[in-house]
Design a protein around this ligand. Structure first.
Ligand code: ATP
Ligand code: MG
Length: 437
């Protein structure tokens, strides 16, 4: 039922007189009939006993928490001593952990019932909290009193939403109420940990549904989404309010972290840009530019790396711009942003269009036509990049250009060369720039 290597670790621990079980996510996944992506083992053995039993194959990766990584047959297993967590005062981590002799105690400290089951070598399941029933019914439920568990560690709120999204589960009512009540405690959690859970949540099959249901929780660390919730667009292109459109756009995007974050943030500028025309139709002029700036702020706040932040900003800034399916128009965008960003932009536009109105699937056909032109251009190898240009930044500086002027001049040259208006010859290019100075 599970990897031979894991069985060997369990049986070596048992042979030495200890209890040992698979635990947590891997048991959940095995019971669902899904291959676990990593295997955690919990044992009555103390860390130093684990180290000496697997001498030469064990690394003390987290001794203060009782964790030893054991290598067996090319696989790694995290082996952790039964633990009971001490008091929590910072809403993040226990002040202390004590080792325990009881499996039951170890399972009690775990977050959700579906994550609080253990399985021994013979496949017997130890389930003190009704995890198997919840797994069958598709329910995320806290082990113990939900509010207490979220006050101990507020990240569990986001973990719970993440599991619901990824597994397509519902959140049990008491657990959901406590999530809402304890949500402000997410303010104690480091941005990096929030981002990691949020990325996993966005990649889940159930992301759209979870986003629609629990916006006030996400609003604790993304307050910009709150004005979007329930915002009536008053526009025949849009069947949904801004937030529901956003959530659907996330769910319609390919399962790629950058694209899903882009969809999450793409329309944040809308509420502030809203106006109603004389005909009573709602408009959002400039929301793409404002949204791009807001996304850049959020990316800084959540500590995204610079490259991701820049790409997010670019995609949001361009998400409304029409691209004709002609070589001239496609070639221009290609030179401006490159192939990778271009393909991402098309994915963003597809996700956006298909989340406006069920009847808007036809819009994606235009985007398919644009992509076909793009494929054609790339296959012809006809596309110039700045690197192919007969002049470079140093030549521009020699002409006296500085700062942004240099990039702007090179971009302008590239467009003209690619469109056949100028020959790609150094003298001609320098002359053109000189004439325009
Ligand atoms: P994944 O499939 O994402 O790895 P997982 O359930 O294995 O899911 P991990 O973060 O790998 O999640 O944690 C392993 C186990 O440790 C969980 O199943 C749960 O029993 C316990 N756990 C992890 N984080 C917490 C937490 N913040 N509070 C309580 N228990 C936790
Ligand atoms: Mg895991």
């Amino acid at each position: 039922m599970f990897a031979q290597e894991a069985k060997q670790v369990l049986s070596a621990l048992e042979a030495a007189g200890h209890q040992a079980y698979l635990v947590g996510g891997c048991v959940r996944d095995l019971l669902r009939g899904v291959a676990p992506h990593d295997i955690d083992i919990t044992t009555s053995a103390r860390p130093e006993e684990v180290l000496s039993l697997f001498d030469g194959f064990a690394i003390p990766t987290g001794l203060q928490h009782g964790t030893v990584t054991v290598r067996e047959g090319g696989e790694s297993f995290e082996v952790t001593t039964f633990r009971a967590d001490g008091a929590y005062t910072d809403h993040r981590r226990p002040d202390s952990v004590t080792f325990s002799h009881s499996l039951e105690e170890d399972l009690r400290r775990r977050d959700f019932t579906v994550n609080a089951m253990a399985m021994d070598l013979r496949g017997t399941v130890y389930d003190f909290h009704g995890g198997a029933d919840d797994l069958r019914a598709g329910i995320i439920r806290c082990v113990g009193e939900p509010a207490v568990r979220f006050e101990e560690d507020a990240l569990r709120i986001l973990r719970g939403l993440r599991f619901a999204s990824v597994l397509g589960f519902a959140i049990e009512e008491e657990t959901a109420l406590a999530m809402a009540r304890c949500a402000p405690l997410l303010g104690y959690i480091a941005h990096e940990r929030i981002c990691e859970e949020m990325t996993n949540l966005l990649m889940g099959d159930g992301a759209a549904e979870i986003l629609v249901r629990y916006p006030r929780i996400f609003g604790v660390f993304l307050p910009e989404i709150l004005p979007c919730v329930g915002f009536d667009q008053r526009n025949y292109h849009h069947l949904y309010d801004v937030w529901e459109h956003t959530a659907r756009a996330v769910g319609n995007a390919p399962k790629d972290a950058l694209l899903r974050w882009t969809m999450l943030l793409h329309d944040l500028g809308k509420p502030a840009c809203f106006s109603v025309g004389e005909d009573g139709v709602g408009h959002f002029y400039g929301h793409d530019e404002l949204g791009a700036r807001m996304a850049a702020d959020i990316a800084r706040r959540l500590r995204f790396d610079k490259k991701t932040a820049a790409r997010l900003e670019l995609l949001i800034e361009r998400h409304m711009r029409q691209i004709e399916p002609t070589e001239k128009a496609v070639g221009r965008v290609l030179r401006q942003i490159g192939e990778e960003a271009f393909r991402q932009l098309l994915a963003v536009k597809r996700a956006d269009a298909s989340a406006c109105h069920p009847n808007y699937a036809w819009q994606t056909q235009t985007l398919d036509a644009v992509e076909a032109v793009l494929d054609g251009l790339l296959a012809q190898d006809a596309c110039f990049t700045l690197r192919d240009l007969a002049v470079d930044g140093r030549d521009m500086m020699a002409l006296g250009l500085r700062g942004r002027e240099i990039g702007e001049a090179l971009d302008a040259l590239l467009t003209r060369v690619a469109e056949g208006e100028l020959p790609n010859e150094k003298a001609a290019l320098l002359e053109w720039v000189r004439a325009r100075k």
